[in-house]
Design a protein around this ligand. Structure first.
Ligand code: NAP
Length: 394
């Protein structure tokens, strides 16, 4: 629900000003942390609302940077495997003295093991690396090293090859820095003053006999309950913006957590009373458990903000149905929208979905224009030039 009237609102701005950065983050309170997916879902997708200080502003399309901390159980596992107590003193990346516990918890990437970390770790042994470790080094053993790091974390390396780290400071040469994760913003600030929302799939899996979590999604899913405070900052993304012409139609393709920026776009257009037509394609596994923001989109449809809404629930059918299938089914109308100047946006999975959606889009253009695929590629290139084809894929 919106909390301001259109007349009272400032015009959409494309930049934000904030004194907070990834190096000097804002300590934000968690206002809401709720599961969007049903109990039977194969996914745990959550909606998180965070407090902002006056003066922290963002534009739909921007991201929120979240600085995670490592899981207690993993931190303890690392300290135990190293034989340290955690009270040892080390210098952080800025040469500030902190405890080893704090370093492992908040500064070092002890999650997914990187091949580079294995190499740096082995360097500590000089010529005396154990045979098992030697078998992971050098170009000839690249495949073996890749197989080893897959599904493993730093704690596995120091458990498999104990006693190699003798000085806690060595960890800073072996491990990458724990970096913030960027999440597409799912809210319009004009609809939710003083807040920023995001949509996150919590990654949990079991590998090599241990339960694991995504570093930041696990942090949000497990350790960021309402009332907790965590470091965040806002990240501008000028490459993903609503059209300046508020009457231009927009088409949004947002399966899974790719829905996030489109909730932001739609809230923005709703709260500003922008006249442009809006068409959303959303895809997930099952309608019963995975229809993210279902009620809100139904309300937007009722109010006429959401002109067209197509869903593709891949596992509700014997044969999988994806967002690009819905595009194909509505090809003529979709091409008509493009011909009237529609902006086309894609957000979500980069590896397969975004490519398949682009292939479908080229097909829609070719069919609609009764042209060749070469002509469709030129048409899409022209759309890109006019900033009418924008993607935020990961
Ligand atoms: P997702 O994996 O993209 O799944 C959403 C829907 O897209 C499902 O119905 C899925 O169907 C379908 N799909 C699968 N392949 C497709 C294709 N080639 N074209 C079109 N649709 C396709 O959604 P998500 O789980 O929300 O993940 C979205 C992206 O975020 C992915 O890139 C994922 O790797 C990344 N990610 C995000 C987080 C996070 O937010 N913390 C964590 C991990 C990964 P089926 O599954 O039935 O095939």
């Amino acid at each position: 629900m919106t909390e301001q009237t259109a007349e009272a609102l400032p015009t959409a701005s494309t930049s934000h000003v904030s004194k907070y950065t990834r190096n000097q983050p804002y300590l934000s309170e968690v206002l809401v942390n709720e599961r969007l997916t049903g109990p039977d879902s194969e996914k745990e997708t959550i909606h998180v609302e965070l407090a902002l200080e006056d003066g922290m502003t963002y534009t739909p399309g921007d991201a929120v940077g979240i600085i995670p901390t490592n899981r207690d159980v993993v931190v303890e596992g690392v300290l135990k495997a190293l034989g340290f107590t955690g009270s040892e003193r080390v210098l952080d990346h800025y040469k500030v003295e902190i405890s080893l516990d704090e370093a492992v918890r908040t500064r070092l990437a002890i999650g997914k093991l990187a091949r580079g970390s294995v190499n740096q770790f082995a360097k500590l042994c000089g010529e005396n690396a154990p045979a098992g470790l030697k078998a992971l080094l050098g170009v000839d053993n690249k495949a073996a090293a890749e197989e080893y790091v897959w599904g493993r974390e730093f704690v596995d390396l120091i458990t498999d090859f104990p006693g190699i780290i003798t000085d806690p400071q060595q960890l800073f040469n072996i491990l990458q820095r724990l970096t913030p994760r960027m999440y597409s913003i799912a809210s319009s600030q004009d609809a939710h003053p003083g807040q920023v929302h995001t949509t996150v799939r919590v990654v949990r899996y079991n590998s090599h006999g241990a339960d694991r979590q995504g570093v930041c999604s696990g942090h949000l899913g497990e350790r960021c309950q309402v009332g907790k405070v965590m470091p965040i900052f806002l990240h501008e993304n000028n490459a993903f913006r609503l059209p300046e012409d508020t009457s231009a139609p927009v088409v949004m393709i947002g399966p899974g957590t790719g829905i996030a920026p489109f909730r932001s776009f739609l809230e923005h257009r709703q709260v500003h009373g922008e006249p442009g037509r809006n068409w959303l394609f959303f895809g997930e596994q099952r309608s019963i458990s995975d229809y993210l923001y279902k009620d809100q989109f139904a309300e937007m449809q009722k109010q006429g903000v959401l002109t067209r809404l197509h869903t593709a629930f891949s596992r509700d059918h014997l044969k999988k149905v994806y967002v690009q299938d819905r595009m194909q089914e509505n090809a003529a109308e979709l091409f008509e929208w493009l011909e009237t100047g529609a902006y086309f946006y894609v957000c979500g999975d980069a590896t397969r979905m975004a490519k398949d959606v682009e292939t479908a889009l080229l097909d829609v253009i070719a069919k609609g224009s009764k042209g060749t695929l070469e002509y469709a590629a030129e048409y899409l290139a022209a759309m890109k030039k006019q900033k009418r084809y924008q993607r935020d894929v990961y």
